[in-house]
Each structure stands twice: as C-alpha cells, then as structure tokens.
Write a protein that binds this ligand. Sequence first.
Ligand code: GDP
Length: 365
Amino acid sequence: YPAGSQQDGETSLQELAALCETAGARVLEGLLQRRPYPDPATYLGRGKAGELAEIVAETGADTVVADTELAPSQRRALEDVVKVKVIDRTAVILDIFSQHAKSREGKAQVELAQLSYLLPRLRGWGDSMSRQAGGQVGSAGAGMGSRGPGETKIELDRRRIHTRMAKLRREIAGMKTARDTKRARRDRNAVPAVAIAGYTNAGKSSLLNRITRAGVLVENQLFATLDATVRRTETPDGRPYTMADTVGFVRNLPHQLVEAFRSTLEEVADADVLVHVVDAAHPDPAGQIQTVREVIGEIDSRHIPELIVFNKADLIDRDTEIALRGLEPDAVFVSARTGRGIDELLDRIAELLPIAEIEVDLVVP
Ligand code: GDP
C-alpha cells in the first residue's frame, strides 16, 4: 500500500477478509507488505510473490485476492507465479453486490458496474486459467470474482459492451420514476422490517445470527444468491418482524461502484427501523457513523428511526466506552461474540417498531 500506516494496512486487510467471507469464501492467510509503490510487474515484487506462492501451495488455496486494483498485466504475472486465480478487491465487492441486488434496478446497476470494470480489462481476461476458474457460480469461493457477466458476455467485443451499457443506463433512468411511485404505495400493514446497516467487518452478520438464533451461517452462504440475508423473528412480546442484513459499507469504495452500492441499499429505504452497527474497536467510529448517515440521507431514508449499536464491546476498555457514550448517548453496547447487551438491543428494537394498525383498532373502543 503506497500511503498510510501499518495499522491502516492491517485494518484494510481485515476488511478485505470480511468481504471475502461475505462473498462466500474461506480466508486462509493474510500477507501484508510495505513498499513505496506496487511492483509494476508482479504487484508484490519477485521475492514476496514467491513467498505467496509457497503459502498458496501449503494451504491449498484456490484464489489470491489483492487489496488494491491490479493492472491486467500484474494480475497475469502474479498468476504465473502463484499458479492459482488472482483477483482484486473490486472484483470481490462486485461479487457481493451481485448477490445482494434484488430489484431490477439493483441488478441493472450492478451489471453496469461489472461491465465498466470489465471493459479496460478485456485484453487480460482471455487466458486459460481464468476461463477454468470462471463459471463455477455458486460453489463457494471458487466462483468468487467470476460471478456476473458470464463466459459469453466476456467474449463480447467492446462495442457490444458499450451498447449494452447505454441500454442499461436508459433502463435505469426509466426505473427511477417507477421506484418513487412504488415507495409511496408501501403497505402499512405489512410485517415491520428492520434493516441492519454499517461498515463491512462491524459484525452485522454475526449480530443477525445471534439475534435470530439462526446459527446456520455456513450453510446459508451456499445459497447466498437466494434470500439468506432476511430472517423472520419476533419481539419479546411476540410481535413478528423481519430483519435484513444489508450490503456493508467499504472504505475507499471505487468511484465506479458508488451507484451500484446505493441501489443495493434498498432494504434500508423500505425499512421501518434502521439498526446501525458500528465496530466499537475501530480506530475511527465517529467517521464511520458520519459516512453511513450521509449515504442514508442521500437515499431518502433519513426519516427512518435509527438505533446506533456499538458491537465488539468485549474488545474495548472502560475509557473508550465512556468516550463512545459521549458521542452517541442513546447507543446500545453489545457483543455478538459474548452475547452482552443482546436482550437490551431486542427491547430497544421492539420499542421502535411501528404498532400494526390492526392492534390500534383493538385498543380504541
Ligand atoms: P460484517 O461484515 O459486518 O457482517 O461482520 P461479520 O459478522 O462478518 O464480523 C466480522 C468479524 O468480526 C468476524 O471475524 C467476527 O468474528 C468478528 N466479530 C463480530 N462480532 C464480534 C464481537 O462482538 N466481538 C468480537 N471480538 N469480534 C466480533
């Protein structure tokens, strides 16, 4: 990584690991290297690339993920050394977006982002290794980074990709109006919906599992393209609601992915309560909270009641907790790991949920 401290590098790698797990892969090993600029040939440089090849051989890894964008030639050179598929951070993020996109607009936005990522890389894509690695959609890990535009689309020439992109842009422009109308019609008697938002690695999916006691995360990841991220649960007094994990915020999101990211946040726009999960042990929780709130405002969701949840409370000391309480006096402190605070969280969610109109009818004579 060219700029930043050792800690920035480690934080970024932790986030990348969480992203890979979200995409359905199992992370075996991390390798951090400090150098003033990436090696133009192999990204890591000869020595470190050799070290990586040994790690790959020892662990039996089938994919290497680089934390920054790779030039096509760097990717090929690194593949030649490590002998397995090499992808970059952007490819992993696109993969997650494609799993999360549900609406027609979300899917179109993600395809648009995938095509614009693919376009400058067309030349480097044709080697036999990527061809073998691609297409195994659904097999956790092995397909990561190659979901999305499939073999036939990859072989389209640039002109056809441009035509497709223009068509998608026109369709998206048309769908924006349809979405506004749909939102105005939202069914008030539907089961209330809670959306969990926050940065990747904050512990959103751990918390969802803890809350809904589903505990079947591993199996669910295989079906991530189905709707594994929405669970049904109920309040302590028995009122049902749904809880959805939304696609995580990531640091330094590549510019071309911003629109696709927003379109996958639709669960937030349709939610009755927003559970905003923050990693209490992160070096800059205030900055993260602010960024999430800005984006929530931009997708017209500022009116949704928000509950700040500081997770990983088991990792922080007393002084940090006091400082965070000063920052967000109404926040709940929890640990998805130890279970601390989960009951309080469930009570606070229950307080914020709208009361269904039918219940109101019963209490008014
Ligand atoms: P997500 O990306 O927001 O869904 O985050 P995950 O649920 O995947 O969690 C990211 C990492 O943080 C994983 O390694 C979890 O084991 C870890 N984690 C989650 N919650 C806690 C917690 O309360 N305490 C600690 N110490 N670690 C946690």
